[in-house]
Design a protein around this ligand. Structure first.
Ligand code: ATP
Length: 366
């Protein structure tokens, strides 16, 4: 079993760069935790501190409940996989996979058996005699994985392990990696800047920005109920609509969100409306995903917002309509049919559906 806990962990490099700023994060036993964020936000530095390759400037890195700040990397029962695979070019695939076992003095007999087991599990059992240069990128990454799991580590640390591969192979390997780590029950911390990778692979995602942890939760939680405006805007494609609105509560019957030229009315019987009602008389930012907005026919009665279609984008599985609602631009997922006959510039009514995502309240983007 391996758990990881970061307690107020900070890393300031010698040149004064604050790479990681007072991070608190728990990774449970057997959990697949993804660290997600743009380049330079400090993900790798966190990983390197967990590995013991970098010392925290302040705070504690805890492994299995014990402070591990002074524990050398070799005593941490971890295995790392990097972006560049770092295989030994002069060794065969089998020797590459078995290298950690040889280092720890495992006899050739049992070593060979273990190599064979691991290679079969990864689907590279038939290339053990080859050199890395005779492999495809995907096979090389599998060898790197094999070398990492051969010693049955308690903790996997992976730093952008798929970023050198083409997109088809990335999708294939991402399913394999998450399947394999779950099968093995190994706690994993996986670093990536690719949100599709993060959302599809993770049990939980930790989103970082400029060294600061912004949000931690399951993919559904961070996508549906982002903790900050930054996370709301960062996750998802198309980006979440973020509209400024003034809030008016009407006699406990409905809440009006004044968006400028038009208003959006929220029914009182929706629990989310009460949360917004709290901000009566104030300005807030409302977050709505494109897929949460329902297009309706132009003659629909009731509370609808009217918008002018600026342009349409067809993605095969979905079509997006980019609209102007007064001075505000929003994007709506047309869900197929309604957009077929729409012409950019045409005026149409677009209703904000009841499946609105969380209203982000007064969260301030630092
Ligand atoms: P990427 O996805 O590009 O690898 P990252 O999120 O992993 O980025 P880090 O590599 O952890 O980010 O770097 C975080 C910050 O710390 C960056 O501003 C980087 O330039 C800085 N940094 C990293 N290593 C050092 C170092 N040895 N000395 C000084 N600054 C460093």
């Amino acid at each position: 079993m391996t758990t990881v806990a970061l307690k107020d962990v900070t890393k300031v490099f010698q040149d004064g760069t604050v790479a990681v700023d007072t991070i608190n994060l728990d990774v449970n036993d057997g959990e697949f935790m993804v660290l997600l964020g743009p380049s330079g936000c400090g993900k790798s530095t966190v990983l390197r501190m967990v590995a013991g390759l970098e010392d925290p400037t302040a705070g504690a890195v805890m492994l299995d409940g014990e402070v591990a700040n002074d524990l050398p990397p070799r005593d941490r029962k971890i295995a790392m996989v990097f972006q560049d695979f770092a295989l030994y070019p002069h060794m065969t695939v089998g020797d590459n996979i078995g290298f950690p076992l040889r280092l720890s003095g495992v006899e050739p007999g049992p070593r060979g058996e273990r190599i064979q087991d691991v290679a079969s599990a990864l689907g590279i059992g038939d290339v053990l005699a080859r050199k890395p240069s005779q492999l495809s990128g995907g096979q090389r990454q599998r060898v790197a994985m094999g070398r990492a799991i051969v010693r049955r580590p308690g903790l996997f640390l992976m730093d952008e392990p798929l970023s050198n591969l083409d997109s088809g192979l990335r999708a294939e390997l991402r399913a394999e990696i998450s399947g394999l780590t779950r099968e093995l029950g190994v706690t994993t911390i996986y670093v990536t800047h690719d949100q599709a990778e993060a959302l599809t692979m993770a049990d939980r995602v930790a989103i970082m920005r400029k060294g600061v942890l912004q949000d931690v939760g399951t993919p559904t939680q961070v996508y549906g109920r982002p903790a900050t405006l930054y996370v709301a805007a960062f996750l998802g494609s198309p980006r979440m609509n973020l509209l400024e609105a003034s809030v008016y509560v009407h006699l406990d019957r409905y809440v009006a969100l004044n968006l400028g030229e038009q208003s959006l009315y929220l029914p009182w019987d929706d629990i989310r409306t009460r949360a917004v009602a709290h901000y009566h008389g104030e300005r807030i930012v409302v977050g709505m995903r494109a897929e949460a907005l329902t297009p309706v026919a132009p003659d629909t009665q009731g509370h609808v917002l009217q918008g002018r279609i600026r342009f349409l984008e067809h993605h095969g599985h979905e079509s997006l309509a980019f609209l102007d609602i007064g001075a505000t631009a929003i994007v709506v997922d047309e869900m197929g049919a309604p957009v077929e006959n729409a012409v950019p510039g045409q005026r149409g009514l677009r209703r904000f559906g009841h499946v609105m995502q969380r209203l982000t309240g007064r969260t301030v983007d630092a």
